[in-house]
Design a protein around this ligand. Structure first.
Ligand SMILES: O=C(O)c1ccccc1N[C@@H]1O[C@H](COP(=O)(O)O)[C@@H](O)[C@H]1O
Length: 209
């Protein structure tokens, strides 16, 4: 199986085009107002407008007012929702859209229990925990903390970059990987050479699967 890729935090059409050209499976649009990568509904609609078939548009929310999520869904053709805060399974399921739950790897987190709790979703994404920051830290966590039975189904995130994604895939063998800061020039602006290098790293990692 090949590792699926999501490139997150896109704010510019030329970056979406570069990510698609490099072979990403999904693009992530951040609707969390505190993020330096946040996009407006209008911006997001423009970014999704010319997405080719089979590239998934993912909307990322952090403990958003449900009406904000509903209004976004009315105006932007998002196919998958990524909930990156403390949302309950009931909240995540309330929008009639497929969703994944992001879990930040705080000390003592019980991943098997979380997997059962969020079992109605399409999957779990694991990200680095840093107090006071909702995500997109650019920092990795200790992949050995992921219980082996869960590895094949999770999306691995947190500090992935062109120079470590092959090792991450070889070590964890996840369903997918998600990157934001590791392919940026500055916050919210992607570096196209880094996107290509990241995809090369994914292919290198896949040779070890
Ligand atoms: O990207 C953000 O600004 C962001 C804000 C709030 C929650 C999540 C956010 N991004 C997600 O964080 C992970 C890891 O990002 P990074 O590669 O370490 O920069 C990823 O899932 C992003 O989608």
């Amino acid at each position: 199986m090949r590792t699926r890729v999501k490139i997150c935090g896109l704010t510019r059409l030329l970056d979406v085009e570069a990510a698609v050209a490099a072979g990403t499976d999904a693009i992530g649009l951040v609707f969390h107002p505190d993020s330096p990568r946040a996009v407006s509904i209008e911006q997001a609609r423009g970014l999704c407008q010319h997405l080719p078939p089979f590239v998934t548009a993912v909307g990322l929310f952090v403990d958003a007012d449900p009406e904000q999520v509903r209004e976004t869904l009315r105006q932007v053709p998002l196919e998958l929702l990524q909930f990156h805060g403390e949302e309950s399974p009931e909240y995540c399921a309330a929008f009639g859209r497929r969703w994944i739950k992001a879990l930040r790897m705080r000390p003592g987190i019980e991943l098997e229990a979380a997997r059962a709790r969020y079992g109605a979703g399409a999957g779990l994404l694991l990200d680095t925990y840093r107090a006071g920051v909702a995500g997109g830290t650019g920092e990795r966590f200790d992949w050995a903390r992921i219980p082996p039975p869960l590895r094949a189904e999770i999306v691995l995130a947190g500090g992935l970059a062109p120079d470590n994604v092959a090792a991450a895939i070889a070590a964890v063998r996840p369903f997918g990987v998600d990157v934001s800061g590791g392919v940026e020039a500055t916050r919210g602006v992607k570096n196209h050479a880094k996107i290509s290098a990241f995809m090369t790293g994914v292919r290198d990692g896949d040779r070890c699967r």
